[in-house]
Write a protein of this length. Sequence first.
Length: 118
Amino acid sequence: MIRSLLLFLLGRRKKTPEEKERMMDSLKITRFETFKRVHQNLPEQLRNRDEINRAIAEQINYATASSQFEGDDEEMRRKLKALFDELLRNGADEAANEITKAVDMRPHYLALAESIMR
């Protein structure tokens, strides 16, 4: 999906508002898929903990350049460390790794969102 977006972006023609909206919607799908992967890797005792799910969603929104995200990088790094530690303490190593992978991709998502909006 991201590959097709990048190929489209290489074309230099001006995007219509509808095309921009469709492309930004693809990032929503990425957010959902990432959340689903993380959630599936959570131990049962963490799956229904609202504060964990909110923290995961916040990190994914941050990582994928969500327009809903508000905050600074330093604050998000502190929150990521706290979430990561909490997940590891509860045996959710794979979920912690999925979150880390998403946050590591942040520069790419930011560049993609910026190029979509041009």
